[in-house]
Write a protein that binds this ligand. Structure first.
Ligand code: AMP
Ligand code: ZN
Length: 452
């Protein structure tokens, strides 16, 4: 394409984005935010008009229009974040899709977020089925602070509430609003892990650095997800795929996003930790648990974890009857005062929480599964549009197939992992119990859907 044509294309894109920014002024902003948008719009519009009138060499025009477009996009992203922050992710998702004239699969309209609990107390957040999808991003950020404070993590590391608030909002801002991989999902995984900590001996076994690292990693574990999986990034040879050599592309990217925020010179988060050893332990644990959320490692991780759980049971039995323990058991059992064992457990638990929606109350579970199905279908449509190999199983067919897919996922991938966790920690037993009840409901709903 010639420079002139590229310039014209940039001008059309600019016009669209500027119109969009202007339209957002109808939303509910604070006076400061409104002023910021108006000032930026004024400057952008002046530059746009100058470019339109200019007749200098098209290569330099193209470059300037590109820079302007880049800045308008950045401003739009900021404004969208302000809107997203005050909304529930499901509403942001619907608004964005409507604006683009896009539709969604019919089941998304069948399911509403569960009822809100008013006046949230700490104890509400100990529930594995806390209805986080019913709250705005702003509210979820407040609940995040409540959890860290309840665990005395801010006071332990001398982190002010203001500074921590900035970190949480930055994490939230780096989440997009695809159907499923949004901030509510990040919060869901984080809060589910917290609920497990409260229900099990993890509360006393984990030290403060381990708790802090794992909680923050869970919150940020899908930052900047755009709603497409690793295979999609790889097929399109995206910049991220090339950066991470097609290996755990998204998980590497999420980990690098959270580390970047914690290293931000305005925040200097790592300096809150007592020494370099703790800083390294903190950073390594964040990266390890996020990399463990890569679904392609699920069966390998589960196999090793199950062997560890079995070894732990035998180890505990022998120890309690004062019998000798051999080296295999000593090496493979999970012994809670060994940091490397806690790290193995945490990797599995965060992965389990990441795929833990089938262990929640049925109404929560169906809500998440609907949205993940929507996201899969959207990817398949995008693949078709872009002329790359289409992931056939991501296409939404009908309600009975949806229930079939859920039964398969929950029974074969999620249940075996949570059963192992419940053997290790009895306080987690509620999770596989819920899942088994959900499996029955899925079968019933599948029969009803077949009758319709
Ligand atoms: P993550 O992308 O880090 O959230 O990894 C978890 C993956 O598990 C998701 O990307 C989905 O592929 C899958 N998953 C989670 N929940 C469900 C569900 N209810 N049904 C089908 N797949 C799911
Ligand atoms: Zn996730």
């Amino acid at each position: 394409m010639q420079a002139e044509a590229r310039f014209q294309r940039n001008m059309i894109k600019l016009e669209n984005k500027l119109n969009y920014l202007k339209k957002t002024l109808q939303s509910n902003f604070s006076p400061n935010q409104k002023e910021w948008i108006q000032n930026h719009l004024m400057t952008f519009n002046k530059l746009y008009e100058t470019l339109q009138k200019n007749s200098s060499n098209s290569e330099s025009l193209e470059k300037i229009s590109e820079d302007l477009y880049h800045n308008v996009r950045k401003a739009k992203r900021r404004v969208l974040y302000w809107i997203k922050f005050k909304s529930r992710d499901i509403d942001t998702f619907r608004t964005l899709r409507k604006e683009k004239g896009e539709t969604w699969i019919p089941i998304v309209d069948l399911i509403d977020p569960p009822p809100r609990i008013h006046e949230i107390q700490n104890t509400h957040l100990w529930d594995l089925s806390f209805p986080c999808m019913s709250y705005t991003n702003e509210e979820l950020c407040q609940f995040t602070e409540m959890i860290f404070k309840e665990q005395n993590l801010l006071s332990e590391f001398n982190i002010s509430s203001d500074k921590f608030g900035i970190v949480v909002k930055k994490i939230c801002a780096e989440y997009n609003a695809p159907a499923y991989h949004n901030f509510s999902h990040g919060f869901n995984v984080f809060q589910m892990f917290y609920a497990l900590v409260k229900k099990t001996e993890l509360e006393s076994a984990l030290d403060k650095v381990e708790k802090f690292a794992t909680l923050i990693a869970a919150l940020g574990h899908d930052m900047n997800h755009r709603g497409y999986n690793n295979a999609y990034e790889s097929k399109l040879k995206t910049k991220t795929a090339l950066t991470y050599y097609d290996t755990a592309i998204l998980e590497n990217m999420h980990a690098s996003f959270i580390i970047k925020i914690l290293k931000d010179p305005d925040i200097e988060f790592f300096n809150s930790l007592p020494d370099v050893t703790k800083q390294t332990q903190f950073r390594d644990l964040i990266i390890a648990v996020i990399l463990a959320t890569d679904m392609s490692k699920h069966f390998k991780l589960l196999k090793k974890f199950s062997a560890g759980v079995q070894a732990t049971m035998e180890y505990r039995k022998l120890k309690s009857s004062d019998q000798p323990v051999d080296k295999y058991l000593e090496d493979n059992a999970f012994i809670m005062d060994r940091p490397q064992d806690k790290r193995r457990i945490l990797k599995n638990i965060i992965h389990a929480c990441d795929i833990g929606n089938p262990c929640q109350k049925y109404e929560n579970y169906i809500y998440w599964s609907t949205l993940v199905t929507q996201e899969f279908d959207y990817q398949a449509k995008k693949e078709e549009k872009r002329g790359i190999e289409v992931t056939q199983m991501f296409k939404y067919k009908d309600l009975p197939s949806f229930f079939n897919g859920q039964v398969f996922f929950s029974r074969n991938l999620v249940l075996p992992l949570w059963e192992q966790i419940a053997i290790l920690f009895h306080g987690a037993a509620e999770a596989p119990q819920n899942l088994k009840m959900n499996l029955k409901r899925l079968e019933e709903d599948k029969i009803k859907a077949n009758e319709d």
